[in-house]
Design a protein around this ligand. Structure first.
Ligand SMILES: Nc1ncnc2c1ncn2[C@@H]1O[C@H](COP(=O)(O)OP(=O)(O)O)[C@@H](O)[C@H]1O
Ligand SMILES: [Mg+2]
Length: 412
């Protein structure tokens, strides 16, 4: 079969493949009714007495438990309900891993609200001013979700959250127009917060438990039936249930819906590549182990230069065959790759920050060399991810980043 045939061929497996992607928000979220109800309860003042309070809610739970999906879903719904009541509610979702300062997150917020933001010369306070004036002038409200807020809290010692909540509480205008949802994997970053911020947040925590096997099955089936991501005929006997068994928390799995969806998607891809008309158990086996690796390192969350540095580390490890390499050597490789990509390399302080971040994400290990190696240097290791797989994932991610980066270069 020629390339053209492959490209034009209609899939026998996928009907709407994009509906299996991680950022797709489905029309309903099985087993998150409780969390959505609690959110609705907490935000009733926004609908019944808009402007009376500035609500702040925390969503917490392990990765893949539906926190991001629930927040986006709720944002979409409350906007619709507001529209019906003549209350204009804007929903903005900011990822704090990518926007790790008050300035960056306010800039992203202003842009999402389609407010003109000059590229330079604005402080975060001024950005906050621009946003709140706009809301006041247009008599509108904002529900702002800070996703992966743990990163923002740790990067700013909690100051960013403190400043944000002060701004919303002591608004120059009596009317409270900004409400918040904070998403955190766990609550350990809370101790960095100011007492006053912490105490308001403590009463408004919504927890997300890992999914059980049968819950995973319901989530996957909904993507087949309601969402029509795949053709029902393409699902082999017992396939969904098998993924449920692998991922279900009570069976020692991760309880992670993202892992389950990715497994189903990959299994479909492998079936397609073989020209099979349905997904079989062997496709699932391979898809599950590949997805485990892909989701264990959250490559899609890496910023451009973090990704380039990680690529450099992987290449050095492969080239040398050593278990660990010196950071200095990885930096040289990093500069080479930057040149290939036409990116200007970042300085040592930034590199050091990327190393810490990759370490925090559990992708690399980094420690100071002990005796036996001349001079002090940092040794880097990638303990768990096969280097070939990692390189492939990184290229994909870099391609995506650079595509969007060419349109809005200054994001990086
Ligand atoms: N209850 C659910 N129903 C349908 N899809 C879900 C559900 N929970 C999670 N998902 C999907 O699983 C993936 C991971 O969920 P996400 O909200 O990103 O998890 P988290 O933010 O907790 O890490 C997303 O693609 C999301 O749409
Ligand atoms: Mg999330």
């Amino acid at each position: 079969m020629g390339l053209e045939d492959i490209l034009y061929r209609r899939s026998k497996i996928f009907k709407h493949e994009e509906r299996l992607q991680v950022d797709y928000v489905p029309t309903y979220l099985p087993h998150r009714e409780q969390q959505l109800k609690m959110l609705a309860l907490m935000f009733t003042p926004l609908i019944n007495e808009p402007g009376s309070t500035s609500q702040k809610i925390i969503l917490t739970g392990r990765v893949g438990t539906g926190k991001t999906a629930v927040a986006k879903y709720f944002g979409r719904e409350i906007k619709k309900i507001g529209d019906r009541k003549g209350i204009k509610i804007n929903y903005v979702h900011v990822n704090c891993h990518k926007n790790r300062s008050l300035f960056l997150l306010m800039r992203k917020t202003a842009r999402d609200l389609k407010l003109p933001v000059p590229p330079r010369g604005f402080s975060s306070q001024e950005l906050v001013g621009i946003v709140s004036n706009m809301l006041e002038e247009r008599d509108e409200y904002l529900l702002l979700t800070l996703d992966e807020a743990d990163y923002l809290i740790r990067a700013t010692d909690g100051d960013a959250l403190y400043n944000l909540s002060r701004i919303s509480d002591e608004a120059i205008h009596e009317h409270k127009r900004v409400n918040f949802i904070f998403i955190m994997r766990d609550l350990s970053a809370m101790y960095l917060l100011d007492d006053s911020v912490r105490s308001t947040l403590q009463h408004n925590i919504i927890r997300f438990d890992p999914y059980t096997s049968s819950q995973i099955c319901d989530i996957l089936w909904a993507r087949v039936t309601e969402e029509e991501a795949l053709y029902p005929e393409a699902i082999g006997e017992g396939i969904i249930e098998h993924i449920g068994d692998l991922v279900g928390y009570e069976r020692g799995g991760k309880g992670d819906a993202r892992l389950a969806l990715e497994t189903l998607w990959r299994a479909g891809k492998y079936a397609e590549a073989e020209g099979a008309s349905e997904i079989g158990i062997e496709h699932v086996r391979k898809a599950y182990s590949d997805s485990l690796i892909a989701t264990s390192a959250d490559i899609s969350a890496l910023r451009l230069h973090e990704a380039i540095l990680l690529m450099a580390i992987a290449k050095m490890l492969k080239m040398t065959g050593f278990r660990r390499i010196k950071l200095g050597d990885a930096e040289k490789m990093y500069e080479v790759i930057c040149e290939q990509l036409g990116e200007s390399p970042r300085g040592h302080t930034k590199i050091w920050e990327y190393v810490q971040s990759l370490k925090n994400m559990g992708i690399i290990e980094a420690e100071k060399s002990g005796k036996g190696i001349r001079g002090k240097s940092t040794l880097i290791e990638i303990p768990a991810i096969p280097l070939d797989t990692l390189e492939k994932m990184l290229w994909e991610h870099l391609k995506g980043l650079r595509k969007s980066g060419s349109r809005r270069r200054n994001v990086f």
